[in-house]
Design a protein around this ligand. Structure first.
Ligand code: HEM
Ligand SMILES: *[C@@H]1O[C@H](CO)[C@@H](O)[C@H](O)[C@H]1NC(C)=O
Ligand SMILES: *[C@@H]1O[C@H](CO)[C@@H](O)[C@H](O)[C@H]1NC(C)=O
Length: 505
């Protein structure tokens, strides 16, 4: 007898029928929620607090603290846990790190698609093949947009954006600014120049609106949404709503371009010329924002906070900026005018001190963990301690970058730790993972460094600045990073940079 028959029966339900229904519902519940694949016998030990249905909650609550506790339980330096039904293996070992970055069976896109839960193309129902096509498309487009010839062409615009953006800032907020707002937005503008659309970059309204939508999509990465992607929750609704609005903004821009037959030379036009449709374009741009905006935007702001509280490094950066400007552009121009004329290769290679500051800021701000999925497809497990097929390997970037065996006083911001006499980032292979490594190094590193150099150089050239906390007290130490966050972010407390335009040199 099927359930349908039971429901169809117009006589009252007999106890047998009732029992059938109850058992049926429980079975659905069990299969749908409770049952999850077990770990193979030789998997690393499962850590404490791995609950039925949800898995390990510490993974969501305070990921950094939880990771350290898990490490204390992981005798083999590997440990297992669940996220919903997904099987995950976390690793602390050097061998595990090598496997994470280099193993051919471990899929990058497949890992983030499920466990990062932020990318809009995230769709577990899509096949791996589809995922690969989208991913290939993404890689081809980002590589094309970040080529030297494109960077040379866009450099004057980037410089004008930063220089005018900072001078406008001094007018609109004459005394102080929250860098995690203003500098973050300045980075967004540069990101739009390199992977977005001119119309948005040049309209404060459209910039704010799209940045807000991006933030909304980012915020939908709730644990329950990752555990139950099909759950019709408010977060899912927000994600679709933000996606639809993004779609409307871009289709309006594209229609206007068609009507006026205006052919702008910008990333959006490049994508259109490649034959991409509007869905592919939006998925590409939002994907590039996820890859670049959080890390670049927050680190640009953090560097200024660190420089404001480490006068020795600020002086060294200032010196570097004026020496480089004078060397390449002799004459009586002001510093800002000279900086505006520097060519790409000087911006890329002429500011080693700013690069050290960036390297050290990233070390303290890369909070997230990285994910890879075992896509080998085979069922036999031969080796010891492997990631089960279809399971995930997790690696905590932030934890590794605070490893005391590698980094002396890891909580301190000390760019000098990379100088030849300490060279802490060369202590072991892949000791520094701030830009990724192995099979998936950061594809945006070159552009990211370029924009950081431009922003830091112009900020130091235009302003004298100090850091203040929310009570108005001057800060002599930088704010604490939020180590338990899942991605780069600002400090918990709000801070302000107080500045004065410098005397023209
Ligand atoms: C300070 C800024 C940045 C930092 C610290 C950073 C860091 C990283 C790291 C650690 C990874 C490797 C992740 C892993 O192995 O799981 C990565 C990958 C990646 N990054 Fe960046 N990134 C930054 C800026 C950017 C920008 C501006 C873009 C593009 C516009 C970008 C595009 C990418 C892409 C596409 C990948 C994936 C590579 C692949 O699929 O193989 N990043 N980044
Ligand atoms: C831990 O897991 C990783 C990743 O599967 C593996 O490479 C490594 O051999 C395992 N064991 C140890 C002791 O690292
Ligand atoms: C992935 O799963 C396969 C099949 O069980 C296994 O042989 C392989 O070692 C796993 N790969 C990793 C990197 O753990």
């Amino acid at each position: 007898m099927t359930l349908l028959d039971v429901i169809k029966a117009d006589v009252g339900l007999s106890p047998i029928h009732l029992a059938t229904i109850v058992v049926f519902c429980l079975a659905i519940l069990y299969i749908g929620l409770v049952r999850r694949p077990a770990f193979p016998a030789r998997s690393p030990k499962i850590i404490r607090g791995n609950w039925p249905i949800v898995g390990s909650l510490g993974f969501w609550r305070k990921r950094y603290d939880w990771w350290i506790e898990a490490g204390e339980q992981a005798e083999t330096k590997n440990f297992s846990f669940h996220v919903g039904k997904h099987r995950l293996v976390g690793t602390f070992s050097e061998e595990g790190r090598k496997t994470f970055f280099n193993h051919r069976q471990l899929g990058f896109t497949e890992g983030y698609a499920v466990l990062f839960g932020q990318s809009p193309s995230y769709d577990e129902t899509g096949s791996d093949e589809e995922l690969h096509l989208t991913n290939d498309h993404f890689h081809r487009r980002i590589a094309a947009l970040l080529k030297t010839e494109k960077l040379v062409k866009v450099l004057p615009t980037l410089i004008a954006d930063v220089s005018s953006g900072l001078q406008e800032l001094a007018v609109t907020s004459p005394d102080e600014t929250d860098p995690f707002d203003s500098i973050y937005k300045l980075v967004y503008r540069l990101t739009l120049r390199i992977v977005g659309a001119t119309e948005i970059a040049e309209s404060p309204h459209l910039s704010d609106q799209t940045l807000h939508l991006f933030g909304q999509i980012e915020q939908t990465a709730r644990p329950y949404q990752i555990i139950w992607p099909w759950l019709p929750s408010p977060a899912l609704f927000t994600r679709y709503w933000a996606g639809a609005k993004m779609y409307m903004i871009f289709s309006k821009i594209l229609n206007a371009r068609k009507k006026t037959e205006q052919k702008l030379d910008d990333p959006l036009q490049f994508l259109v010329n490649q034959g991409d449709d509007i869905r592919q374009i939006i998925s590409f741009i939002v994907g590039a924002l996820f890859a670049g905006q959080l890390n670049s935007g927050y680190n640009a702001a953090w560097i200024l906070c660190y420089l404001a509280t480490y006068p020795r490094w600020l002086n060294q950066v200032r010196k570097e900026v004026s020496v480089v400007a004078d060397k390449h552009i002799p004459g009586s121009d002001t510093l800002v005018q000279k900086l505006s004329k520097l060519p790409l290769e000087v911006w890329e290679h002429g500011f080693p001190t700013i690069e050290l500051c960036l390297r050290e800021s990233i070390r303290l701000q890369l909070h997230g963990s990285g994910f890879r999925k075992n896509i080998s497809g085979k069922d036999v497990i031969i080796d010891d301690e492997v990631v089960p097929p279809g399971g995930f390997l997790v690696y905590h970037f932030g934890h590794h970058l605070r490893n005391q065996e590698i980094y002396q006083d890891p909580e301190k911001w000390e760019p000098e730790r990379y100088l030849p006499d300490r060279a802490e980032d060369k202590k072991s292979p892949n000791a520094y993972v701030g830009w990724g490594t192995g099979r998936h190094p950061c594809l945006g590193m070159r552009f990211a460094k370029l924009e950081q150099n431009i922003i830091a150089a112009f900020f130091c050239a235009i302003f004298d600045f100090e850091l203040f906390d929310s009570t108005g007290a001057k800060m002599v130490n930088p704010p604490e990073p939020q180590v338990n966050a899942w991605s780069a972010c600002g400090p918990e407390m709000s801070v302000k940079l107080r500045y004065k335009p410098r005397n023209k040199e």
